[in-house]
Design a protein around this ligand. Structure first.
Ligand code: NAD
Ligand code: AHE
Ligand code: ZN
Length: 375
């Protein structure tokens, strides 16, 4: 297949909110600096649903969504040295080139090399897509497009991992789990003894709880409007549960009262701007830090009284938990193999690519953390 167009199945989002359609898609060979990957397993993340909904200002249609996956390199383009056919890999929507201003700063995991292309659903070298259906180009998504049996990614957007790792599990290390763990370890840098509040107990929020427990937090307060989440959340380290629906007072006041003045760290893992405000305002005066993890729709804005910041609260945000993708995803895979982090526990459903619309329905029903699709 090397150097040839591959025809395979992919789930195409032709229009916002319209069911995805499994199509025969032509996948062009990788150009210089590109890698074609046979995707074996892909999970769904809330961000896929967000872009599919049409509320993502960067969302383009038709496109192939998907960004939490694992697979095997099928072929590589000219000049690709760090991976070769047969390598087991995890596509990384947050690239790491190690040579741009961002990568060299040491201050961020954001990479500037291919973002201008991946943000608009094309490849860098010729500003074109590698996907087409009957000659019609289909946009890429986040530089990954994993809802396909084959995809093409930039070489800076792929992490080579230990071939011993089960791909049907470690596909989750492409997004949700690292995001939550890294929000705690890299972005907030939670210290032992801290009081932590987690808003939203989906995969990302549960991974925040897991990370906070590992960091030695003394109390981990989970906040969710779905009380069914509490039983599950206990297994990830949540020690107390608050349902905003059980209270007349604003949720920030409930938390301040529960914690003698506020929490040390809070994390918004929903994508709701009024919850983001509550998450900041439940922080302790003088030092409390709130990390925005959730992705809010186009046109949404955050607000608070500046006095909240004047009096020492800190507002931060995180992308992929601050992890440098190509360097640290393999390290996370090793941590999983050594049983130092959970992954299996976040997988509540297994389906096939052909059942992807059902998988999105499950995601909206609430009983689902991660659904892994075999492609
Ligand atoms: P999810 O839908 O599985 O979880 C969200 C949880 O929030 C659910 O349990 C839901 O019941 C709860 N919830 C909804 N409204 C609430 C409210 N008003 N108050 C309290 N709880 C509420 O989603 P997920 O996959 O865990 O992702 C969470 C968010 O993180 C999404 O916005 C996603 O796009 C974003 N995300 C960001 C990054 C990043 O790099 N920053 C990475 C992955 C995901
Ligand atoms: N196009 C979206 C951007 C959404 C967003 O913030 N994405 C996160 C990853 S979410 C993964 O589930 C991210 O990494 N952002 C940094 C970046 O470079 O995109 C919008 O809302 O505009
Ligand atoms: Zn995601």
């Amino acid at each position: 297949t090397q150097g040839q167009v591959i025809t395979c199945k992919a789930a195409v989002a032709w229009e916002p909110n319209k069911p995805l359609v499994i199509e025969d898609v032509q996948v062009a060979p990788p150009q210089a600096g590109e890698v074609r990957v046979k995707i074996l397993f892909t999970a769904l993340c809330h961000t896929d649903a967000y872009t599919w909904s049409g509320k993502d200002p960067e969302g383009l249609f038709p496109c192939i969504l998907g960004h939490e996956a694992a697979g095997i390199v099928e072929s590589v383009g000219e000049g690709v040295t760090e991976v070769q056919p047969g390598d087991h890999v995890i596509p990384c929507y947050q690239a790491e080139c190690r040579e741009c201003k961002f990568c060299k700063s040491g201050k961020t995991n954001l990479c500037g090399k291919v973002r201008s292309a991946t943000g608009v659903g094309i490849m860098m070298s010729d500003r074109k897509s590698r996907f087409s259906v009957n000659g019609k180009p289909i946009y890429h998504f986040m530089g990954t497009s994993t809802f396909s049996q084959y995809t093409v990614v930039h070489d800076v957007s792929v992490a080579k991992i230990d071939p011993k790792a089960p791909l049907e599990k470690v596909c989750l290390l492409g997004c949700g789990v690292p995001t939550g763990l890294g929000a705690v370890w890299n972005t907030a840098k939670v210290e032992p003894g801290s009081i932590v509040a987690v808003f939203g107990l989906g995969t990302v929020g549960l991974a925040v709880a897991e990370g906070a427990k590992a960091a030695g937090a003394s109390r981990i307060i989970g906040i969710d409007i779905d009380s069914k989440k509490y039983d599950v959340a206990k297994n990830f380290g949540v020690s107390e549960f608050v349902n905003p629906k059980d209270h007349d007072k604003p949720i920030q006041q409930v938390l301040v009262d529960l914690t003698d003045g506020g929490v040390d760290y809070s994390f918004e893992c929903i994508g709701n701007v009024s919850v983001m405000r509550a998450a900041l305002e439940c922080c302790h005066k003088g030092w409390g830090t709130s990390v925005i993890v959730g992705v809010a729709a186009s046109g949404q804005e955050i607000s608070t009284r500046p006095f909240q910041l004047v009096t020492g609260r800190v507002w931060k945000g995180t992308a992929f938990g601050g992890f440098k993708s190509r360097s640290q995803v393999p390290w996370l895979v090793e941590k999983y193999l050594k049983k130092e982090i959970k992954v299996d526990e976040y997988i509540t459903h297994n389906l096939t690519l052909g059942e992807i619309n059902k998988a999105f329905d499950l995601m909206h029903e609430g009983g689902c953390l991660r659904c892994v699709l075999a492609t």
